[in-house]
Design a protein around this ligand. Sequence first.
Ligand SMILES: NC(=O)c1ccc[n+]([C@@H]2O[C@H](COP(=O)([O-])OP(=O)(O)OC[C@H]3O[C@@H](n4cnc5c(N)ncnc54)[C@H](OP(=O)(O)O)[C@@H]3O)[C@@H](O)[C@H]2O)c1
Length: 242
Amino acid sequence: MITGASRGIGRSIALAFAGAGADLALVSRTRGDLETVAAGVRELGRRALPLACDVSQAAQVQTTVEAALAEYGRIDVLVNSAGISPVYKRAEQTAEAEWDQVLAVNLKGMFLCSQVVGRTMLKQKSGRIISISSIGGQVGLPRLVAYCAAKGGIEQVTKVLALEWADRGIQVNAIAPAYVETDLTRGLRENPRLAEGLLRQTPLGRFARPADIIGAALFLASEAGAYVTGTTLLVDGGWTAG
Ligand SMILES: NC(=O)c1ccc[n+]([C@@H]2O[C@H](COP(=O)([O-])OP(=O)(O)OC[C@H]3O[C@@H](n4cnc5c(N)ncnc54)[C@H](OP(=O)(O)O)[C@@H]3O)[C@@H](O)[C@H]2O)c1
């Protein structure tokens, strides 16, 4: 099951997992976009189930996971990629509603999906959960206070779930990218002054492409990652090395 599967990083991971032999439950709010990704998955010879769901709504998450289980009978891997970043303001200007919206989707959504899918994985006695954090979970990014709070939260939830479920067959990890070329960062990347500043802070000297995140996700979902849990794998072009 992949949340945020309709676009960007989630979509890339979905197609890569299909290429590696996975059948997929594809989750986001927009059914039409999911249908397009589902068609791509089917072209690769795998099954795809598009499921419209707002991950910040507990009842919708429950129904969605039940629908995936009705189709497939089990969930081996959950990728939490659903996320938003609609606010780019200093902390003193950030409204309560903006804080709540970012935390609801990016942190509560990750927790709800992990909790509901986790219950199934506990019964299976196996499973992998991989959440897309950000360098904003590791370092402070000015004008992104709610986003950084949510991403730091994702990394803490990842550690707690990893500890609670380590002896029950479930491994829980996160991936922290720097800036990736997706809809989420279009506004920043299309502002020449901001884009130049971001690239100056990126040792590899370019934005990531969604495909740059695939290897880490495949690693954490596969046998190669069998001894990895409770960690955040940085895929950040060197951003946090300095
Ligand atoms: N792009 C970057 O530079 C970057 C860097 C570090 C981390 N990340 C993280 O990577 C993840 C994916 O980001 P992206 O860059 O791929 O963004 P994106 O291209 O904007 O895609 C976001 C995805 O999340 C879904 N989504 C948004 N709100 C949702 C909700 N309430 N319920 C269910 N699905 C929802 C969107 O579909 P709908 O709109 O149809 O719901 C879409 O599939 C996010 O968690 C983001 O914070 C991104």
